[in-house]
Design a protein. Structure first.
Length: 399
């Protein structure tokens, strides 16, 4: 069962899944601006045995990263790329995500009183630099030099921002540090491990599952204390999230490999397989919960199992709805979030900075309870619509 069939064509449900997840990510990221937010929507504390909606979105996104990897690498191979070129591309994408992640997490730790500019001006400059460097420029040979100059200007802007950066304690500020790499950095590390694993395993399902199980069991062993003898190494080199985050990515990779190698992929058989795997993951998650609880912050085995199961169920539903039933027009309004995800993710950073500098603040009644939740949902939709608008004028990030 390792021969790729015509099912290797890209699935529309992956883009829709990514768009829905991105809508939810912007929504939950805006909850900080509200009052009286229902607890089930928020992140749970590290000390709690609990999980809110905010704790499910990031694993879902990592799962989608994994879903996309086999199709993306297969397309590159069809174009004639060797494994060396593919690994180089993987490294470049990882570098871009890590660089952006480090800058964003340092912004969050900025010591504004020690800075020569407002933290919000620094934030706007950071995002502008990202757009200059990773924008998709038109393939115009006559303007290639100009586009290269814009990319160089972006890098120089990042260097300038790094030089004036002050973080931590305003009385004793420090320079930029890696901290925890930020969300984009965690995606970068997880993508790197998942993509390299797929380069090694390809569409050989048994090997892909073995790669997935390696990260799942690494995470389990870390909590069980089996890997304590590696503590001296842990300080310097470790699998991101103790294996949890690449486990989400590899879960998505396995789902795509099953589809790509299945004889009856475009049928209900694939749905049954996804649901069975989802049930197994939920059983694993709830089975390990009594030992370490459910926690995103601690990246417990229960969080890994339950969120992977939820992701498999969500993908199964969208595959049935979008690819089998051909009902995808409902998602057209959020389509930019599925095709220009990085652009969509970064726009709120400029939005928050601009409205803060302008002194704009919504009345409390628009930021409280149900009305506030509607406001955040509308904000998420507005960001996606704005992403679509700037895409049409030629602004779209791609790494």
């Amino acid at each position: 069962m390792n021969k790729v069939t015509s099912s290797s064509l890209r699935l529309d449900s992956i883009d829709v899944f990514r768009a829905v997840t991105m809508f939810l990510m912007i929504f939950v990221n805006d909850l900080w601006s509200l009052e009286n937010v229902p607890k089930w929507l928020e992140h749970s504390k590290a000390s709690e045995d609990a999980m809110g909606l905010s704790d499910v979105v990031f694993p879902g996104f990592l799962f989608i990263v994994g879903l996309s990897i086999p199709f993306a690498i297969s397309n590159r191979k069809k174009k004639g790329d060797s494994n060396v070129l593919i690994i180089r591309h993987i490294a470049e994408r990882t570098f871009a995500l890590l660089l952006m992640g480090i800058f964003i997490v340092n912004y969050e730790n900025i010591a504004e009183k020690a800075m020569v500019v407002s933290k919000y001006v620094w934030e706007i400059g950071m995002v502008i630099a990202f757009f200059l460097i990773w924008n998709v420029y038109p393939p115009n040979p006559e303007r290639k030099g100009f586009y290269t100059a814009l990319k160089v200007a972006g890098y120089l802007l990042l260097v300038g921002l790094a030089l004036i950066y002050k973080g931590g304690d305003p009385e004793n500020p420090s320079w930029m540090e890696t901290h925890w790499y930020g969300i984009l950095g965690l995606i970068g590390w997880s993508y790197l491990l998942g993509a390299l694993t797929y380069v090694l395993t390809g569409d050989r399902l048994a090997w892909a599952i073995a790669g997935w199980l390696f990260f799942v069991l690494f995470n389990l062993a870390s909590f069980a204390g089996t890997l304590d003898f590696l503590d001296p190494v842990r300080k310097h080199v470790w699998v991101v999230g103790s294996g949890s985050m690449p486990a989400f990515v590899m879960g998505g990779v396995v789902a795509s490999v099953i589809y790509r190698t299945g004889r009856n992929a475009a049928s209900n058989t694939f749905l049954v397989i996804l649901i069975v795997f989802g049930v197994i993951c939920l059983a694993y998650g709830f089975g390990t919960r009594p030992f370490w609880g459910i926690s995103k912050i601690r990246a417990t085995p229960a969080w890994v199992g339950i969120c992977t199961g939820i992701s498999l169920f969500a993908f199964a539903f969208l595959f049935w709805l979008v690819d089998l039933r051909k009902l995808r027009n409902w998602a057209n309004v959020i389509n930019p979030a599925g095709t220009a995800t990085l652009t969509c993710y970064l726009i709120p950073y400029i939005w928050y900075a601009v409205i803060t500098l302008a002194g704009i603040s919504l009345p409390l009644y628009l930021r409280t309870g149900l009305v506030g939740l509607v406001k955040s949902a509308c904000f998420s939709l507005l960001v996606i619509l704005l992403t679509g608008a700037i895409n049409r004028i030629g602004i779209k990030l791609k790494i």
